[in-house]
Write a protein that binds this ligand. Sequence first.
Ligand code: BTN
Length: 331
Amino acid sequence: MSTRDKVLLAFHDRPGRSLSGTALARQLGLSRTAIWKQVQTLRRQGIPIQSDSKIGYRLSGPPDFSLTDFKSPRSLEGWLKVHYEVSTATTQKLAKAGAQAGLPEGHLWVSEVQTSGRGRLARLWESPFGGLWFSLLLRPALPAGKVPPLTLVAALALAESASEITHQNIYLKWPNDLVVWRHDRWKKVAGILTEMSGETDRTDWVVMGIGVNVNNAIPANLTEKAMALRELYRHPPRSSAVDDDFVISRGKLLSLFLQKFRPLYTNFQRNGFEPFQKRYWARYGQANRSVRIQTTGGEIHGTARGVDPVGMLIIESRRKRVHVSEGEIVL
Ligand code: BTN
């Protein structure tokens, strides 16, 4: 473990409290100047450490160290290999480099902070401290054309895991967003970006990038459209108050997701998306509601009626049904 990570971990047992430079230096066997330098590095990398000449250092924001401590679940040993980063540009880049270097599937890159997180449609993805940002390398034994609905399967496993952990209803928004209904509107809590390389008859690699707003702050310009799972516990609902020390364990969420996803992934490779159609639709937030979808070919309006056996969204408009393969639902 690097000195930088040791300094970050020193805040582990002191949630919300301050640590003096002297105490930190003694604990880690370093000089105060060395501690100060590591704190500067962590700060530059996006870790919110405050300092006060009288009190010392304090990690601001809800403390959750479940990723540094992450242990692979038993059932995934031998398949899962987790690479932990404090800060990186985007875990997609690390995973794609791993794919190109020939690593087998099951390698996963997770980072506390991403400085250039990427979303679908070439958007930026804000990835501050406290969220769950990871990319999983897969090598499905499938022709490239059969891979796209795998993202829907991952979204399903993620929504089920997040609901189980939070005891709240987390819904799906086609194709691969997770949303919650709060304050009379849908708010996004997670998204998936899948990138792949392959040919007609085979797939070389798939990198599934998953971002979940868990304990992180949502930037002010996004609060209308997005929220973090932790905020689901606000009391009363519209206030900004959530107990400072209350955190959702990102490690537990990651572990549960992977344990749920792995058998679904095996089933998907054998049987495609068909076995998941009903289960996906049962969690669909806008089932039988009127929706508007922006596709590359223009806008489609209609009523969402289901997903077909290859994961396309079925829209009914003027008594006709169309199957939509790509696009984004406007909320
Ligand atoms: C979306 O637009 O909804 C997809 C967001 C995907 C974000 C995740 S966070 C981990 C991985 N690294 C990235 O840069 N993006 C994905």
